[in-house]
Write a protein that binds this ligand. Structure first.
Ligand code: CP
Length: 310
């Protein structure tokens, strides 16, 4: 059996191109399974997984939980808001107490960039990063690339523009790593204040004009403005942002070619994307969500196969 080169999924940066292809090939099998009347396999009956969410989530939390249950793992869920973290318990103590209950794998979302790398040095369990602050969201990038591959046949050679709040987006960084490892060309587009300085050093193109960016690309990944991570105002008003960077049906219909539209969610309809674009035939937003379960099953399965169980 082929194996991943890593024992944890801390970020896309640590994965090889072969790892990504192995995850996709494995996800292909799981996608067939979750579309059968009986969507479950007994593969991970002996594995217990804790989902630790120190930040809000709808898609990622439910997608991981469904992926784990479809693999027949035992699952426990932890939400920081209703936990003893509120009484001052540290991250390491919290996780070690959960692991003392014989948990094998930890899926964690945390607001601090690097929380997972820190934890991986202090605990004895497999860790999957479900989003660490503004740093990485590796399973989102994997499901995004998987969805491009499904829609366009391949990621290699495709031109992908990521539009919006690049500065505060973990989805952007993970997508840049994932797409480049697969040989795609990547552009970022948004207001200058929301594009990190020196981002060109990552090998991406930078464009401030949305229409030029859309005319260049095969795929546009529209990001939400992450107001919850912004300490100051990065553009004068939402109205001005929408006028310059909001994707409308009119803009889409006036392009020279038909492009694919993506969004990691949650969507702010009428801000980064209008409803008629989000619900158009060019949008693969709900395919991304569907594929998230199969891709997360693949990640969990491949990492679980590296745990010495017996
Ligand atoms: N895409 C994504 O991470 O969505 P959630 O915040 O709802 O998990």
């Amino acid at each position: 059996m082929k194996n991943l080169s890593v024992n944890h999924l801390l970020g896309i940066k640590q994965l090889t191109e072969d790892d990504i292809q192995l995850i996709f090939e494995t996800a292909d099998s799981f996608k067939k399974i979750i579309n059968r009347p009986i969507k479950k396999v007994p593969t991970l009956r002996d594995i217990t997984i804790a989902n630790l969410f120190f930040e809000n989530s709808t898609r990622t939390r439910l997608s991981f939980e469904l992926a784990e249950k479809r693999l027949s793992a035992d699952v426990v869920n932890f939400s920081a808001a209703s936990s003893s973290v509120k009484k001052g318990e540290t991250l390491i103590d919290t996780v070690n107490n959960i692991l003392a209950m014989k948990v094998d794998m930890v899926v964690m979302r945390h607001p601090n960039p690097g929380a997972h790398v820190f934890l991986s040095k202090h605990i004895d369990a497999t860790i999957i990063n479900a989003g660490d602050g503004t740093h990485e969201h590796p399973t989102q990038a994997l499901l995004d690339s998987y969805s491009i591959r499904e829609k366009l046949g391949d990621v290699t050679g495709k031109k992908v523009v990521i539009v919006g709040d690049i500065k505060h987006s973990r989805v952007a960084l993970s997508n840049i790593y994932a797409l480049q490892k697969q040989g795609a060309e990547v552009m970022v587009c948004g207001p200058a204040t929301l594009i990190p300085k020196y981002i060109e050093k990552l090998g991406v193109k930078v464009e401030y004009n949305l229409k030029k960016a859309l005319n260049w690309c095969d795929v546009a990944n529209m990001l939400r403005i992450q107001l919850e991570r912004q300490d100051i105002k990065y553009f004068p008003t939402q109205r001005e942002y929408v006028l310059q960077y909001g994707l409308t049906k009119e803009i889409l219909d006036n392009l020279d070619k038909e492009i694919v539209v993506m969004h990691p969610g949650p969507i702010n309809r009428g801000v980064e994307i209008t409803s008629d674009v989000a619900d158009s035939k060019q949008s693969i937003i709900l395919n991304q969500v569907e594929n998230g379960v199969a891709v997360r099953m693949a990640v969990i399965y491949l990492l679980a196969s590296k745990i010495k169980r017996y």
